[in-house]
Design a binder for this molecule. Structure first.
Ligand code: DX5
Ligand code: ZN
Length: 229
């Protein structure tokens, strides 16, 4: 799959979310929506009512990243509302397989997210239940943080696991993805790139997306993991 860019509206103007999504609609593949509950992470953002409002106007599919406790209870509702991708956190889910299946049955792609210090190796056997693995490259909770290089070996291992099983699981990186870091992520095996501050903090978000995509495509083409895909 060609690299995909999923800009995070966490760094957009919350008073004008509809327009902020429209600004990126011709260039992005997804719009990444960070749902935070002030329990799983120490920050509070938005929930289902705002996602429902965005679904009415957005030309882009919604990539909902749930940084909340009890995702087993809430996640299926995001998929039923019409989000095309719903990611729950492994650290928060008590019945991840049931919840991932519920997300899929509601017609969305099922994502599993892991924090920087959570290993992926333990999830090897449930990769078949997942459409996307989200690897946090900062501690979740806030935009604009510094990229954690220490996660890159895990990106490589995750790509190896996916390749080894011949699965079509997308590998998303989230946090600190920018012109300085996106090539390293792509080279390591990521194929979906969340970018908040590096898109919405730019003078021209659409141009920032195009530049990030060009970098990701170039680094992917040169990466050993992408050979003969
Ligand atoms: C952080 C969120 C990210 C955040 C990324 O917990 O999950 O999606 O918006 O922001 P940047 O790209 O600025 O690190
Ligand atoms: Zn996110």
């Amino acid at each position: 799959m060609a690299p995909q860019i999923s800009p995070s509206i966490l760094s957009a103007d919350f008073a004008a979310l509809g327009r902020e999504v429209e600004r990126i609609a011709d260039d992005a593949d997804w719009v990444h929506v960070d749902v935070m509950d002030n329990h799983f992470v120490p920050n509070l953002t938005l929930g289902l009512p705002i996602v429902e409002a965005l679904l009415k106007t957005s030309r882009l599919p919604l990539d909902c990243h749930l940084m909340i406790e009890d995702p087993d209870r809430w996640a299926p509702q995001y998929a039923e509302a019409g989000a095309k991708s719903v990611t729950i956190h492994a650290e928060a889910a008590s019945a991840p397989i049931r919840t991932l299946r519920a997300i899929r049955s509601a017609g969305a792609r099922a994502g599993l997210g892991v924090n920087p210090a959570t290993p992926v190796d333990g999830f090897e056997d449930i990769l078949g239940e997942i459409d996307m693995l989200l690897l946090m490259t900062v501690e979740p909770g806030f935009g604009g943080q510094r990229f954690l290089d220490v996660v890159l070996p895990k990106v490589r291992r995750a790509r190896d696991l996916i390749k080894g099983r011949d699965l079509d699981v997308w590998l998303q990186v989230d946090g600190g993805v920018s012109a300085e870091t996106i090539e390293r992520c792509a080279e390591a095996g990521a194929d979906v790139f969340v970018a908040g501050s590096s898109v919405y903090g730019a003078d021209d978000p659409a141009e920032a997306i195009r530049a990030l995509r060009a970098q990701a495509e170039k680094a992917t083409a040169a990466a050993p993991w992408s050979a003969a895909r």
